[in-house]
Design a protein around this ligand. Sequence first.
Ligand SMILES: Cc1cc2nc3c(=O)[nH]c(=O)nc-3n(C[C@H](O)[C@H](O)[C@H](O)COP(=O)(O)OP(=O)(O)OC[C@H]3O[C@@H](n4cnc5c(N)ncnc54)[C@H](O)[C@@H]3O)c2cc1C
Length: 453
Amino acid sequence: MASYDLVVIGTGPGGYVCAVRAAQLGMKVAVVEKNPTLGGTCLNVGCMPSKALLHASEMFEEAAHSFAKMGVAVSAPKLDLPSMMNFKQQGIDGNVKGVEFLMKKNKIDVLMGKGKILGTGKLEISGADGKSQTVEAKNIVIATGSDIARLKGIEIDEKRIVSSTGALSLDRVPGRLLIIGAGVIGLELGSVWHRLGAQVTVVEFLDRILPGMDGEVAKQFQRILEKQGFAFKLGAKVTGVDTSGKTLSATVEPAAGGAAEKLEADVVLVCIGRVPYTDGLGLKEAGVALDNRGRVQIDAHFATNVKGVFAIGDVVAGPMLAHKAEDEGVACAEILAGQAGHVNYDVIPGVVYTKQAGVAYTSGKFPFTANGRSKVNQTTEGFVKVLADAKTDRVLGVHIVGREAGEMIHEAAVLMEFGGSAEDLARTCHAHPTRSEAIKEAALAVGKRAIHM
Ligand SMILES: Cc1cc2nc3c(=O)[nH]c(=O)nc-3n(C[C@H](O)[C@H](O)[C@H](O)COP(=O)(O)OP(=O)(O)OC[C@H]3O[C@@H](n4cnc5c(N)ncnc54)[C@H](O)[C@@H]3O)c2cc1C
């Protein structure tokens, strides 16, 4: 029987990163994966394909609406959806190959099949060919991620009623796309199909979009999307979808109760969140405890209640984000190697860090309309907001709405890692002309001394 220092179940960003770090630290490692390809949700049906389609659809829209005003004359772009899907697939394949390479480079065994924990130190792996093998492991890390959350009574067929997975592979642009849930993933995928020509309506149970995010950011984001043509029905719920006709007919009711209305759609995207995935892992038999939301329960060192069994990523508590899973993977491997692995949960980009109970804060805001580089590029939508402790000036959070926000946020993350203040940010020389100057200006605005506003 093969024997390892560590076996990681799942090869998403949590699992494969944990495996690589453990191998770097001298452990004999194997990963187990039930899907035909490595990389998990993130590489196959999550971050990567969604970003490929966001990029391609943005280019399509730019070519149609922005090139002419920059003096780039092109005839109206034509959509070749199969080629766009091929572009997406190439991106996925490249990344999946990258993970395969990393496994080889770090001498990590890849065991294809569904992993089941048989108790401390033992796992069974059942392959798609019906064959199974048992391996020994000093330590086991559960990194089995998450799955789509389903709505009772609404059957996902991944053709007309789709989850995020189906929405990444539609074979034609839907005339009308109805999205249930105004979270990040639904809005991203809505943007893709809207740019390609779909009429998008979003139904959200709460009275706001992006639940959990800063209210001002959410409002501004909603305004931007509405300007682009999105329709929102907030404080409403879809209670059923009639699939009998040629077009789908969704029943929408006010969340607080009241008269129902029907909304017609060609495709309905159910995007109400994700749930931890532990199917077939044998956790009950192995005695691994779950919390009240079905997540694997861990202590501050990623340890479950069963000796030698650990868990990281989407399957445990915390934001379901790839970089959170990766950081946990590294920290967990380091702890297993006797080091002091640690994740700073206060500084995970994408999470709203603000308004901790009882912390008085001041804020500084700077709009991209006042930023020179954004003006010349005519990309002035959005703003930067810096929140700082009213007493100490320590930065508590930074929100950026607008283009390149995902790249720009990291100077704030580094600053926060080092406990920096708004004053530190404001006194740091920022290259001109850049959109990042708006961050400096927002930090200056905390002290009411922004220059360009
Ligand atoms: C459409 C979409 C867009 C997203 N965009 C972003 C984004 O922009 N940024 C971001 O940070 N996050 C994004 N996410 C979330 C991100 O994908 C997840 O947070 C991340 O993949 C979690 O990593 P993980 O390693 O915990 O699990 P996963 O990536 O879910 O990987 C788990 C792996 O475990 C395998 N597995 C499960 N059970 C078993 C078993 N018993 N035996 C063997 N293998 C098993 C699964 O097949 C899977 O490969 C997005 C998600 C979706 C759906």
